[in-house]
Design a protein around this ligand. Structure first.
Ligand SMILES: Nc1ncnc2c1ncn2[C@@H]1O[C@H](COP(=O)(O)OP(=O)(O)O)[C@@H](O)[C@H]1O
Ligand SMILES: [Mg+2]
Length: 255
């Protein structure tokens, strides 16, 4: 397995006129091609900040963020980003939103859009507008739009956080399906422990003030996972404990 994303000694401080906030402290993380990594940690520990650095939306930090060995300098379509709210264009229908700036009249774009509509299970809704869609459907459109750009890595910031539990479970299944079909490398931020254990092969547990990695927990369970299984529950408990555990000294991690 080769590393697609590497984060080396990354620290980040926000400065304003009166104060500065040390948000991320010396993060080190390697994500291999095809990995499904989740990031979990208390509110304000810097999860969204970290994703923005990986996405190239913020380059004001120390340390290095590399994708395929190249420093991330700016946002680009090879780094897909899914936000908690879907950010679709209200004036475009589903297929228009997926294609966005790519011409749907081009046969290769058309073909791929149709494939993605099937992959995210939105057949029959091609012509629907965002206002006619549920939150879960809208998120699937956003995911299809990102996948059309063949991202090297898909970054998801609490993408299902605003959805009800039933829809969330459906979308978790859909995302797993997408990951297994496309093998897109995923980095997903969540505050849902079950979601982390259900989806990922590695869970990054962060601590706050300053945000840092305090544990990396592998999830070596075959897919699809049974949420009620004993092994699932054991890892869940382990994860809960590591979230609750506070360390005073700075931990070191080997991944
Ligand atoms: N633009 C900003 N200016 C100053 N502080 C910020 C800014 N964005 C985020 N922060 C602070 O950085 C910390 C981490 O924020 P964030 O990455 O959004 O956390 P999380 O996503 O884990 O909840 C918080 O204390 C937040 O207040
Ligand atoms: Mg956040």
């Amino acid at each position: 397995m080769s590393a697609i994303l590497s984060i080396t000694d990354v620290s980040k401080t926000f400065h304003n006129e009166t104060s500065s906030t040390h948000v991320l402290s010396r993060l080190n993380l390697t994500v291999n091609e095809g990995d499904f990594v989740t990031v979990i940690g208390p509110s304000g520990c810097g999860k969204s900040t970290l994703l923005k650095l990986i996405a190239g939306l913020d380059t004001d930090y120390t340390g290095a963020v590399n994708i395929e060995g190249k420093k991330v300098e700016r946002p680009s379509q090879d780094k897909g980003f899914i936000f908690q709210e879907h950010r679709l264009f209200p004036w475009l229908n589903v297929e228009g939103n997926i294609a966005a700036d790519l011409p749907l009249r081009k046969p290769e774009v058309r073909k791929r859009v149709d494939e993605l509509i099937r992959l995210v299970k939105l057949e029959g809704f091609e012509k629907a507008y965002p206002r006619q869609l549920s939150g879960g459907m809208s998120q699937r459109v956003a995911i299809a739009r990102a996948l059309l750009r063949n991202p090297k890595v898909l970054l998801l910031d609490e993408p299902f956080g605003a959805l009800d539990a039933f829809t969330r479970a459906h979308l978790q299944d859909a995302l797993l399906d997408i990951w297994q079909t496309n093998r897109t490398t995923m980095v997903l931020v969540t505050h849902d422990i079950d979601e982390a254990v259900f989806l990922s092969n590695r869970v990054i547990v962060m601590d706050a003030r300053p945000g840092r990695i305090k544990a990396v927990i592998p999830v070596d369970l075959p897919y699809p996972r049974r949420r009620t299984g004993t092994a699932f529950q054991d890892i869940r408990t382990h994860l809960l404990r590591s979230l609750e555990h506070h360390e005073s000294e700075e931990p070191s991690y080997t991944i």
